[in-house]
Design a protein around this ligand. Structure first.
Ligand code: UDX
Length: 442
């Protein structure tokens, strides 16, 4: 099929590369000329395992093209995916200006019947707005070209996005139009294992599904973090409690890892947007408000532990930080707990020596104003020199079984604050460390 994808951010690029890899002709469009020039040279705007190779092969085979010319892309495609950003407005709602401006351009320029697919995460009702904007433009042109608007939310996780796309748990398609269902079914056929994994529904339910999925996952995390906090005050160990509850199949082990809060470009934004939408519709979403509140507080839990151990004045203290990305496998630091934790420590006079396998450069840009107080180093052990303690924020694989002798040789204080509970309590204590985790009574 001939596909155009508007927006070569994370979602657009992964979607484009994967469709191209399954023999479609894909034109990826962006209005950022530099980004498009770089993509033509094989330079990607983001780090995502496997993406660079996929882009390279398919660009070479001419199945994946890049352009800033949206009109040309529309004229050469039958399906157009809208995958532009929906940043968070100051009031927490999703800002639809990019989505609607693309819709307007489509309405002004389409020459034949097209399927328009909303891929960006957009509030319930957006597809209707997109349809109206396109129709209004066609009316202005006195054109009777027909088109369909479809909702097809993405469920890609950063770090495993290619795999998530190639072998999805499910594909959700929102449309009431039979032809649209068929087109989408054919398009996704190479990716779907079982027929039942291709789920069709009305557009509003599809739009809502994306928010409900992310809200559910965020709820699981805030729930276990709250349990962790209760464990600490009642003298229990959340690691054991997690095993105890996860073994119940109805609960399961996934997404109940306690930590220093969820981050990233999706959960914080989508939970906020769903709260906003609910309130606009005169419903108070009590659970979601609590999920957000618990998560905001959770980002301070490690800071509180550091202050309890070292006092509130951290002048003269140096802390080694392992992990800056909001989770392993990505260079993304958006809404990462590391930002809150590092800022709080610096504000109290501490200096930071930080290391992340992929996110050093993004974090360096973020902390430009603090560059006197934070140094970014190239290896996990270098970060430890002269440091009073190690603070682990992101559970990258390379942090999982480090050489504890090496750590104790380099650290000034044999103290570890573990924001993801990745070490074995007994091993660490045997090595003579003071060890602080989330949700374990001290
Ligand atoms: C998420 C959704 O999983 C994905 O389906 C959607 O399309 C986009 O948002 P992503 O933002 O890439 O994906 O991250 P995810 O792997 O879901 O993790 C989000 C955050 O939750 C991370 O900060 C992670 O550290 C945290 N987390 C996750 C926990 O704290 N505990 C857990 O048990 C799981």
């Amino acid at each position: 099929m001939n596909i155009s994808i508007i927006g070569t951010g994370y979602v657009g690029l992964v979607t484009g590369a994967c469709f191209a890899h399954r023999d479609n002709h894909v034109i990826c469009v962006d209005n950022d000329e530099k980004k498009i020039d770089n993509l033509k040279k094989g330079i990607l705007p983001i780090y995502e395992p496997g993406l660079e190779e996929l882009v390279e092969i398919n660009h070479k085979n001419k199945r994946l093209m890049f352009t800033i010319d949206i009109i040309e892309a529309l004229h050469n495609s039958d399906i157009c995916f809208i995958a532009v950003g929906t940043p968070m407005d100051e009031d927490g709602s999703a800002d639809l200006k990019y989505v609607l401006s693309v819709a307007k351009t489509i309405g002004q320029n389409m020459k034949k019947h097209m399927y328009i697919v909303d891929k960006s995460t957009v509030p319930v009702g957006t597809a209707d707005m997109v349809r109206k904007v396109i129709q209004d433009e066609l009316n202005k042109r006195k054109s009777d070209i027909s088109f369909e608007v479809i909702s097809n939310p993405e469920f890609l996780k950063e770090g495993t996005a290619i795999e998530d796309f190639m072998k999805p748990d499910r594909v959700v398609v929102g449309t009431d139009n039979e032809a649209s269902k068929e087109v989408m079914r054919n398009l996704y056929a190479p990716f779907i294992k079982n027929d039942g994994d291709f789920i069709t529904m009305d557009i509003r339910s599809a739009e809502m599904t994306k928010y409900a999925a992310n809200a559910m996952l965020a709820t699981k995390i805030s729930f276990i973090n709250e349990i962790a906090n209760i464990c600490e005050v009642v003298g229990a160990d959340v690691n054991k409690v997690r095993r105890g509850i996860g073994s119940d199949k109805r609960i399961g082990y996934s997404f109940i890892n306690p930590g220093c809060g969820y981050g990233g470009s999706c959960f914080p934004k989508d939970v906020k947007a769903l709260i906003k939408t609910s309130k606009e519709n005169k419903y108070i979403p009590n659970i979601l408000e609590a999920v957000e509140k618990v998560n905001n507080a959770q980002k301070y839990v490690l800071v509180k532990k550091v202050l309890k151990r070292f006092g509130h004045d951290l002048k003269g203290r140096i802390f080694a930080v392992w992990g800056l990305a909001f989770k392993p496998g990505t260079d993304d630091i958006r809404e990462a707990s590391s930002i809150t934790i590092i800022s709080e420590l610096i504000n109290r006079g501490a200096k930071i020596r930080a290391y992340d396998p992929k996110a050093n450069s993004n974090a360096k840009n973020y902390f430009l104003k603090d560059k006197e107080n934070i140094e970014f180093v190239n290896s996990k052990y270098t970060a430890l020199w002269e440091s009073d303690a190690l603070i682990l924020i992101t559970e990258w694989k390379e942090f999982q079984s480090p050489d504890f002798e090496e750590i104790s040789k380099r650290l000034k204080g044999k103290i570890i604050f573990d924001g993801r509970n990745i070490y074995d309590h007994m091993i660490i204590k045997d090595c003579g460390f003071e060890y602080f985790q989330i949700g374990v009574a001290e």
